[in-house]
Design a binder for this molecule. Structure first.
Ligand SMILES: [Zn+2]
Length: 88
């Protein structure tokens, strides 16, 4: 399990992630691995999910990290952007 330390504001496909329960926009991150085993058979694939828990109410949202082509940067970038929140 990988965890980025600290608190983040998250953008997914250029859209700010906002907690649906408390409208907070700060989250803590961890990475979650999930085995896919359709029909209860052997594990065929492992899914990596980025999990974000709201720092205010603790609600957890999970997203699969994918890449998209950014025409401005002319390269593939993740759909998820992390902006660390620096607390004074
Ligand atoms: Zn919340």
């Amino acid at each position: 399990m990988v965890r980025k330390r600290g608190t983040y504001q998250i953008k997914i496909l250029d859209k700010q992630l906002i907690c649906v329960f408390c409208q907070n926009d700060e989250f803590q991150h961890r990475e979650v691995y999930m085995d896919l085993s359709p029909l209860g058979e052997t594990v065929t694939e492992q899914l990596t999910l980025q999990s974000f828990s709201c720092t205010s109410c603790g609600d957890i949202r999970m997203f699969e990290e994918k890449n998209r082509f950014d025409h401005t940067l002319q390269k593939h970038v993740s759909i998820i952007e992390y902006m660390e929140v620096i607390k004074e």
